[in-house]
Design a protein around this ligand. Structure first.
Ligand SMILES: [Zn+2]
Length: 172
């Protein structure tokens, strides 16, 4: 299994090549990407690379992706206990969603707790409605960062299905 460092370097390298390609294509007017789209894609990509890595499924122990959260790293311990290493967390479609959903639950719990302790607490709100123009590049960047991790791990896109089939066969 590649270490966290190898994953980070792979992702940064692919991002650099992609950014250079996009820059050249934009100059040639083959592509039309707005600065906001480029920025949200980049944000999704690096949050995915450094903060929401699939290897958070090891967060019950010591792992790079947890350490990067600093004092908040402990918040990922339940995720590490819930998800076995390279199981559902390392699938192509659902895997990245499990981390987004987990994060949403944690943020919701913390916000709820804050409101309970301090009813007038000023919490930042999500601007409504979230524009697809912002959401799509954000998700694209996030998913690409996750898929590069899975490719480096040697996990194929049908990993989840093979996993499920094996389970069914094992039972039968
Ligand atoms: Zn991994």
């Amino acid at each position: 299994m590649p270490s966290g460092r190898v994953h980070n370097l792979t992702n940064i390298a692919v991002y650099s090549v992609l950014a250079a390609g996009v820059l050249v294509a934009s100059r040639q007017e083959l592509l039309n990407i707005t600065p906001v789209q480029a920025l949200t894609f980049t944000l999704g990509f690096f949050v995915g690379t450094f903060l929401l890595s699939p290897d958070l499924d090891l967060a019950e122990g010591r792992v790079d992706s947890k350490r990067r959260w600093g004092v908040l790293g402990f918040l990922w311990v339940p995720y590490g206990m819930l998800f076995s290493h390279r199981g559902l967390s390392h699938t192509w479609l659902l895997g990245p969603l499990t981390r987004l959903a987990y994060l949403a639950v944690i943020v919701g719990l913390i916000a709820g707790l804050l409101r309970f302790v301090w009813p007038g607490v000023p919490l930042p709100s999500i601007p409504q409605p979230i524009s697809l123009k912002v959401l799509l590049p954000l998700l694209l960047g996030y998913y690409l960062s996750q898929w590069l991790h899975l490719l480096a791990d040697g996990v194929r896109p049908d990993h989840g299905m093979r996993h499920a089939r094996r389970k069914v066969r094992g039972r039968g």
